[in-house]
Design a protein around this ligand. Structure first.
Ligand code: PMP
Length: 254
């Protein structure tokens, strides 16, 4: 990583010293919650894309995991902005993580709570303009086995299994179907399909309702597209003209 500082529990620390003890609860059990946020260079200086919404989702995710973050949302937004400045970056990616510290045993009661933020320059996530996609043999986490609106680290074991499988078989990315066999999302991104002047995207339920997805729906409507959130089956795919993934890390990728 090309940055010098992280922020943790209220102060800036060298990123290289931002380590965790081995018996960290969230390291073993996936109990952390996190965000991925991007910032872009603009004529007015670096600007964070929908910072408030990302920090708000971080707090919702934390609440889901029984965590009370001892800072206000405003204070975390401020810490993110200061961290970007302190690292002298103009564009890149921001990774806030809230995690349970040293404590073994699944129930996290009594575990110390930590919140840390790193940022670094990060180019394209999917390195090709057009990606090949493998429909995963793993189904997306069932909405009743977790909380799909929260970015819980443990949910990503499912994503990693699908990514490993797709890459092992020579594809660039995986695509999940949900428990009902409908198209859900990628391992770390939402999906859209285009037919003429209409955009289609899977309804909420078995997906993380992304902030980028929300932005695209708003912009598309402003541009005169109809946007339909609905059930989409693999057999429907042949009727679409185009498809694209979207998310903070992948941005928009065909
Ligand atoms: N789905 C999953 C599983 C993700 O990890 C992400 C990335 N956060 C998204 C969708 C897209 O969400 P967003 O646009 O808020 O980054």
């Amino acid at each position: 990583m090309k940055t010098q500082y992280a922020w943790r529990d209220g102060s800036f620390t060298p990123l290289s010293k931002s380590t965790v003890p081995f018996l960290t609860h969230s390291l073993h059990y996936g109990s952390g919650v996190f965000e991925g946020v991007r910032f872009y260079n603009t004529p007015q200086g670096p600007a964070v894309f929908r910072l408030r919404e990302h920090v708000s989702r971080l707090f919702l995710s934390a609440k889901t995991m029984g965590m009370r973050i001892p800072f206000s949302q405003k204070a975390i937004e401020q810490a993110i902005l200061e961290l970007i400045k302190k690292n002298g970056l103009t564009s890149g990616y921001i990774r806030p993580l809230v995690y349970y510290g040293e404590k073994m045993g699944l129930h996290p009661a009594g575990a110390p709570l930590h919140i840390a933020i790193a940022c670094w320059p990060w180019g394209k996530y999917l390195t090709k303009e057009t990606v090949s996609v493998k429909t995963s043999s793993f189904m997306r986490v069932h909405p009743r086995t977790s909380v799909m609106t929260a970015k819980i680290s443990g949910n990503y074991a499912n994503s990693i299994l699908a990514s490993l499988e797709a890459h092992r078989e020579g594809y660039d990315e995986a695509l999940f179907l949900d428990h009902a066999g409908n198209i859900a999302e990628g391992p770390g991104e939402n999906i859209f399909f285009v037919k003429g002047k209409t955009l289609f995207t899977p309804s909420e339920g078995a997906i993380l309702p992304g902030i980028t997805r929300n932005s695209i729906m708003t912009i598309a409507k402003e541009l005169g597209y109809a946007v339909k959130e609905q059930t989409i089956k693999p057999k429907d795919l042949s009727k679409f003209d185009e498809a694209f993934f979207c998310g903070t890390a992948v941005e928009v990728n065909g």
